[in-house]
Design a protein around this ligand. Structure first.
Ligand SMILES: Cc1cc2nc3c(=O)[nH]c(=O)nc-3n(C[C@H](O)[C@H](O)[C@H](O)COP(=O)(O)OP(=O)(O)OC[C@H]3O[C@@H](n4cnc5c(N)ncnc54)[C@H](O)[C@@H]3O)c2cc1C
Length: 380
């Protein structure tokens, strides 16, 4: 029997590949650099969103009852890979946190936040990182305490993507008086809640921005508690494990595109009377990229397949995040090198890919943190 993805996953892969090639690739060079689905001009975003709706591809990781596509981690990963072959991809497929809202949210929260988020009416942000604790998440200092009127939040966050335009923020805080993994609690804070402010914009290499957030005696009603108080650690880490599979998928897509571009360019570009592709130095760069991409893809698909089958894949998700994002860094770098000046200019999308892959080794679990997870599972 041939090794392959399940039949239905292959159909999804093909559908999304055609959508990306036909609808997104032509847009790629026109999009503003700092684009995401939240700031695309409506005349560009809306027709794309409508087409995705028709294809059943909104809210990939949440069930149909809230308007999602109800896909498992493998299908979601394979789609994410296809989408990120195009730098315009991240612009229209952003549906972060929907899964966490689905898992933890009650019926009112699903109606108020999740369903409109999946529909694309507005979006949220997720805030766990703090100035003194981001990689070391158990060290967060933002506190929440129960009062007669609701929940009182005090503290600050940083590096929070999409916070400026978010309608609501999912905030991780700790019950006052608790330490480390105990007392972790998620709350939903609406933009404009008294005591909550969005601070300094922090510009990131890949073109998007993150923000500082401040909570000063920010009081939210009981209805804004997301899940059980004190039980937030498990929910937060489950969200991160799932998102690591998707980040790995993203890395595969970017690397795949860069290898494709480098291969084409090496055949066209002639130097010293011959195509670059005839030079062994160039061939080896292409071969190394193809081998590394293939190895990473097999690992990523396997971990995603296990997750889809319901297995616990904590060390596997750590492994694939490191392997895929570090692989993508090398593949993009070689593609840039093969393109010479064109690779570091905005004549090609490679410089955008180069900037896109670098933060992936830092956010949602740095390479070092991921290696620690893998080592811990070996040494236990
Ligand atoms: C583009 C981008 C978007 C982000 N979006 C969000 C968001 O939406 N919401 C949110 O909450 N956060 C977000 N973050 C924050 C992100 O999760 C943190 O940056 C990340 O967890 C790393 O934390 P840190 O930057 O404080 O690094 P630190 O934890 O200070 O670590 C610094 C460096 O030291 C290494 N290191 C740390 N401890 C050890 C150790 N014990 N052994 C060996 N090496 C170690 C780390 O791997 C890292 O390379 C975002 C970050 C970026 C770059």
């Amino acid at each position: 029997m041939d090794f392959n993805l399940p039949e239905e996953t292959l159909i999804l892969q093909d559908t999304v590949r055609r959508f990306v090639d036909n609808e997104l690739m032509p847009l790629e060079q026109q999009l503003p650099e700092r684009s995401n689905s939240f700031d695309l001009p409506p005349e560009i975003f809306q027709p794309l969103a409508d087409k995705l709706e028709k294809l059943g591809l909104r809210g990939l990781d949440v069930p149909e009852d809230v308007g999602g596509a109800g896909l498992g981690p493998l299908d979601n990963c394979v789609i994410t890979e296809q989408v990120h072959r195009c730098t315009a991809g991240r612009s229209v497929f952003a549906s972060r946190f929907a899964h966490m809202l689905y898992e933890l949210g009650n019926a009112q929260q699903r109606d108020k936040y999740l369903i409109p988020t999946v529909r694309g009416d507005f979006h949220g942000a997720s805030a766990f990182s703090e100035p003194q604790a981001a990689g070391d998440l158990a060290g967060i200092k933002t506190t929440v305490e129960k009062t007669a009127d609701g929940w009182l939040i005090n503290g600050s966050k940083c590096w929070i993507a999409h916070a400026k335009t978010a309608r609501y923020i999912l905030v991780l805080a700790r019950l006052k008086g608790t330490e480390r993994h105990d007392g972790m609690t998620w709350l939903i804070v609406d933009a404009g809640t008294p005591g909550f402010t969005v601070g300094r914009q922090q510009n990131i290499i890949h073109g998007e921005s993150t923000y500082e957030l401040f909570f000063e005696n920010c009081l939210v009603p009981d209805s804004q508690l997301l899940g059980e108080p004190g039980q937030g650690w498990g929910a937060g880490t489950a969200y991160l494990y799932a998102s690591r599979i998707q980040i790995a998928g993203r890395a595969l897509g970017i690397a795949d595109r860069c290898l494709e571009l480098a291969t084409e360019y090496a055949q066209q570009r002639r130097t010293f009377g011959k195509p670059l592709a005839t030079r062994q130095a160039i061939q080896w760069m292409l071969a190394d990229s193809a081998m590394e991409l293939h190895a990473a893809r097999l690992m990523v698909y396997e971990a995603a397949w296990r997750a889809q089958a319901g297995e616990s894949v904590i060390p596997q998700t750590a492994m694939i995040k490191v392997v895929a994002t570090e692989m993508a860094g090398r593949v993009v770098d070689r593609a840039v090198q093969i393109h010479g000046a064109a690779g570091v200019s905005d004549e090609t999308v490679l410089e955008r890919c180069y900037r896109d892959v670098r933060p992936m080794r830092i956010y949602e679990g740095s390479s070092e943190a991921m290696r620690s997870v893998v080592a811990r599972s070996l040494l236990q």
